[in-house]
Design a protein. Structure first.
Length: 253
């Protein structure tokens, strides 16, 4: 009788364990950075949201206002996973291999004498605080300066407070589309107009991001997610999502 009860208890524990694992794998809370096009857009669309829907049968996307809040939500268990740049990871976090490599653009004014990465050594370079560019700029031996808005970033560049700036490829192209005077001077004889035209400093591949899906103290879940991402890469889903939201295939570095 005692042996039977022990076996019954073990069976129940195994069943509950499998049920819990299945529920975790099929119902996920995914943390993303809020209002960060094309990753997340106000009308509940974007790359991160589309990818999240591919990871499990039932997904609740929970936007966070900043990268620091994104990491905190993961570590405190408010979300099961986050989609983020590899530069935001800590040693305690598990993560997938990089599956997307969106380009960044390092740029300056046309009239700047600082038009190479080597000349930016120990020089101030601006970035948007919600972008994960601080670590990258530090690696490039520059002095990162964070700004809240693109307007503030451009003002700092135009007034000489920074020597260059960095944006994602998407943000940079959107900025040029909204400000054609930053692409071509209307009057080529006007040195002031010519001087404010923006010019790229480096090949975007040199400063590309590396996106991962990360978890905290959930090795079984992370293993399942890694397998799922591999499937999405092999069947072309990741490439299709990249083309849809970035208009380029960033699945290859």
């Amino acid at each position: 009788m005692k042996r039977f009860l022990t076996l019954l208890l073990a069976t129940c524990c195994l069943f509950l364990g499998l049920t819990s694992l299945t529920a975790t794998a099929n119902s996920l809370k995914v943390g993303v950075l809020a209002n960060n096009p094309p990753y997340t857009i106000q009308n509940n669309s974007g790359f991160d949201l589309a990818l999240s829907q591919q990871l499990a049968a039932k997904v609740k996307v929970i936007p966070q206002k900043s990268n620091s809040q994104l990491i905190t939500a993961l570590k405190k268990g408010r979300v099961d996973l986050i989609i983020c740049d590899v530069s935001l990871l800590s040693k305690q976090m598990s993560h997938s291999q990089s599956f997307l490599h969106p380009a960044n653009v390092l740029f300056t004014r046309h009239d700047s004498k600082t038009k190479s990465i080597l000349k930016l050594n120990q020089k101030k370079v601006g970035y948007l605080k919600n972008n994960p560019h601080h670590a990258l700029l530090t690696t490039l031996a520059t002095k990162p300066q964070g700004f809240a808005t693109e307007s503030a970033l451009l003002t700092a560049l135009n007034t000489g407070k920074i020597k260059a700036a960095i944006l994602t490829d998407y943000q940079y192209n959107q900025l040029l589309a909204a400000n054609p005077q930053l692409v071509t001077a209307q009057d080529e004889t006007d040195q002031k107009q010519v001087g404010q035209v923006l010019t790229k400093i480096s090949d975007p591949k040199l400063t590309s991001q590396s996106l991962v899906v990360a978890s905290f103290k959930k090795p079984r879940l992370q293993k399942k997610i890694n397998h799922k991402l591999k499937q999405l890469q092999d069947n072309g889903t990741l490439s299709k999502l990249s083309m849809k939201y970035f208009h380029q295939d960033w699945t290859y570095q």
